[in-house]
Structures are given as C-alpha cells and as structure tokens.
Design a protein. Structure first.
Length: 246
C-alpha cells in the first residue's frame, strides 16, 4: 500500500480518498493543507485474491494510523466513499477515533440513493450519453474505463471547477467489490446503525450542486449521531477544494 505525507508540523490529518478504487485524487487537497498540518494520504488496497470488503479497508486504515501517526487519534477527512469509510472506521474503533470530517459523503439509505440517481439522470445530456457509449465501446481496460467514465460524468458532479480531479490510480474490480460489500452492510442494517457508538465531533461539508443529497444524508446520519454539524456551500459540487467559488 502506498502512503504519501505532506507537511511536518501541526495536527495530524488522514485523507481518505473516494471511489472506491480512485487513489491519488486528494493530492491537491493535501497540498493545500500541508502548511498548517501534517497530512497523511494512504492509497487504499487494490483488488487481488480475496475480494475486498469494508472491514479489510478499516483494518488497513487502523494499521496506517498505528504505524504512521504520532497522534493516536488524528483527524479523519474522508471524501465521498472515503467519508463512508471514515465512519465505518469510527464504528469499529470508537475508542481510537478523533474528529471526523465528511466531504461529499455518500448515501446510507435507499431514499437518498434514489434522489442521487434521479439528480444525475436529470443532469445527463445527450453529449454525455454519447461519450459514455463511446468509452464503453472503445476502452477495453476496466481500470482505464473507470477513469474515463469519471471524466465524462464530472460536469454532473461539479459547478465551476478550477482543475480536473483525476485519480492517479483506478481499480475497477476493487470499486465493485468494496461497494458491493457496503451495500450488503446497509441492507443488513449494520450501517448507519453502528455509527451511534461514535461520540466525537463529526463535521459534514457538502456542495449544494453535489448530486448526493446532502441534507437528506445529514438527516439520516443525525438519527444515530446527533452531534453531526452540517455546512453547505453554494455554487459548489462534489469537489469543494477545486471549485472556483469555494
């Protein structure tokens, strides 16, 4: 597993990338924080052998914190799927988790997912559909296809970006395996119910133009974590650190 560090002084932050399977996408965010914080950016385990699970990623995150952090409870900053993983970590290790920051957090209930899907469907243009078909027919490598699809769909997730958030490494099989396990855990009512053991502060940051329904996800999480604090930016999508208005 690859781990990058930024900065040498200040409180410790762990940046947890999204996807799943989209490593290296938080590089610009890490650079923006390195003057004031010691930032650790782990790349999540790739697929291969035993199928990936949420528990496997939680164990890897625990090992990273144990081996790389000077502080026992660093701040966890998760983006998208990474925000979900941060909460899963907190539910598994409540005695070891510090503050959690959720950026563009993913969904934890069918209604939120339905709203997300309806929003992306409404925003889909004919040009985007044409490009999706083209990628599906011409890009044979699954990892490169995942990267290309993310690029095509970026306008559906953004408002006015200063830069394009291109992950440095994509893992299509890892994406499929991990998300399948997260859906299993939700269907078995493991999440979000287990998040109620998290007692520390949880800050949720969301762009108003993010197709993930921030207020609905907030309400779901507050049902088990009433301490959630929510902040929403206007003129902002799924990647706040790259938006012009933010």
């Amino acid at each position: 597993m690859r781990i990058r560090t930024y900065g040498t002084t200040g409180p410790e932050l762990i940046l947890i990338h999204g996807g799943p399977g989209a490593a290296g996408g938080l590089h610009r965010l890490a650079q923006g924080l390195e003057d004031s914080f010691r930032v650790i950016e782990p790349w999540q385990r790739r697929s291969g052998g035993t199928p990936l699970t949420v528990a496997r990623h939680v164990d890897d995150l625990f090992t990273t914190i144990e081996s790389k952090c000077l502080e026992s409870r660093p701040v966890l900053i998760g983006h998208s799927w990474g925000a979900m993983l941060a909460l899963a970590y907190g539910a598994t290790h409540p005695e070891h988790v510090g503050p959690i920051v959720l950026i563009g957090c993913g969904t934890f209930d069918p209604e939120s997912r339905h709203r997300y899907q309806e929003t992306t469907k409404h925003r889909m243009t004919e040009e985007a559909r044409r490009r999706i078909d083209q990628v599906s027919q011409t890009v044979m490598n699954p990892d490169e296809r995942l990267r290309s699809m993310a690029t095509v769909l970026l306008p559906l997730y953004s408002h006015d970006l200063l830069d394009v958030p291109v992950p440095e490494e994509c893992d299509a099989l890892g994406h499929e395996e991990t998300w399948h396990d997260m859906m299993r855990l939700q269907s078995e009512d493991v999440y979000p119910a287990q998040f109620r053991v998290i007692r520390g502060p949880v800050l949720m940051l969301h762009g108003r133009d993010d197709p993930h329904p921030g207020a609905k996800i907030r309400d779901t999480l507050m049902g088990v974590m009433p301490q959630v604090e929510y902040h929403e930016w206007s003129h902002c999508g799924h990647y706040p650190w790259l938006e012009r208005a933010v």
